[in-house]
Design a protein around this ligand. Structure first.
Ligand code: CAA
Length: 282
């Protein structure tokens, strides 16, 4: 496996492209918007500069990494030679289903189609293709160049050989793969989102303030970020949408999103990306 196509040049897509390119893979980074591709290349360059400054990447590896990435705005051309496609487009089910129909049509018949979805059913995505056995979840964590985990999600029909290939590939990227099955929220978000929701409920009910809730969890549990800061980092709209997937998927009231979260998202307070969530960002 040498040629990797990455769909979507946003935060996750550019991080995924960065990590593959840094490990010697030829990456086709694909996005409908040329401006998004240019911005992604700049971000990858800046993140490589951080690594050079830390001494974890040499100038030569930085140059090689950037040279391994080619950009495309046309999905058919971008994926036609790929051995693996990793889709990291916006978390919208209809968009993802359409992308997977296109990928199924344009990628080689034996190409593995992976999705970085954080909560959409792999089985549902696979079902719109003629190769459900070759569809799998490859869930990277943000920031991708830093976080060690790849949550690998087997859809109902995913072939064992495909899982083995993706596990070995994730290890080649220097990541630690964990294989899980396709149920709402998989493992990462099934456990993370109720914690974030509980932190928001604690604020909503006046049990403690933002700083206190985050400090308790940072210093008491050695989390790198408190749950409210992490929610801002992930995006409050993303947290709400994942909680809705858990709530709908299990039909259990314990996953009902806190009304404060619903209000903040409705008002456009989405966290770091909108300039304000639980904290303000300049
Ligand atoms: N690319 C490359 N390197 C980066 C980077 C990036 N985008 N962002 C940060 N870094 C590096 C820095 O160079 C630094 O390296 P060293 O450890 O070698 O010094 C290191 O990461 C720490 O960076 P900073 O000092 O700038 O900042 P920090 O110490 O506050 O750490 C953080 C930043 C890594 C984001 C840390 O706060 C953290 O781990 N937070 C939690 C992240 C997390 O939980 N992510 C998962 C979110 S959930 C998700 O992604 C999935 C989902 O489905 C919702």
């Amino acid at each position: 496996m040498q040629k990797i196509a990455v769909i979507g040049a946003g935060t996750m897509g550019n991080g995924i492209a960065h990590v593959f390119a840094q490990n010697g893979f030829q990456v086709h980074l694909i996005d409908v918007a040329e401006a998004a591709l240019q911005k992604a290349l700049q971000t990858i360059g800046k993140n490589l500069d951080r690594q050079v400054a830390k001494g974890t990447v040499t100038e030569a590896l930085k140059t090689e990494t950037l040279a391994n990435i080619t950009t495309f705005t046309d999905i058919a051309t971008g994926v036609k030679e790929a051995d693996l496609v990793v889709e990291a487009a916006t978390e919208n089910i209809n968009l993802k289903l359409k992308i997977f129909q296109d990928l199924d049509q344009h990628a080689k018949p034996d190409t593995i189609l992976a999705t970085n979805t954080s909560s959409i059913s792999i089985t549902k995505i696979a079902a719109v293709t003629k190769r459900p056995g070759k569809v799998i979840g490859m869930h990277f964590m943000n920031p991708v160049p830093v976080m060690k985990l790849v949550e690998i999600i087997n859809g109902y029909a995913t072939e064992k050989e495909v899982t083995k290939t993706i596990v070995a590939l994730s290890e080649k990227l220097g990541k630690v793969p964990c294989v899980v099955n396709d149920y709402p929220g998989f493992i990462a978000n099934r456990i993370l989102m109720p914690m974030i929701n509980e932190a928001i409920y604690s604020l909503f009910e006046g049990v403690a303030g933002i700083a206190e809730i985050d400090t308790v969890m940072k210093l008491g549990m050695a989390h790198p970020m408190g749950p409210l800061q992490l929610a801002d980092f992930i995006g409050l709209d993303v947290c709400l949408s994942i909680l809705n997937v858990l709530h709908d998927g299990f039909g259990n009231p314990k996953y009902a999103p806190c009304p404060l979260l619903v209000n903040m998202v409705t008002a456009g307070y989405l966290g770091a990306k909108s300039g304000e969530g639980f904290y303000k960002y300049t």
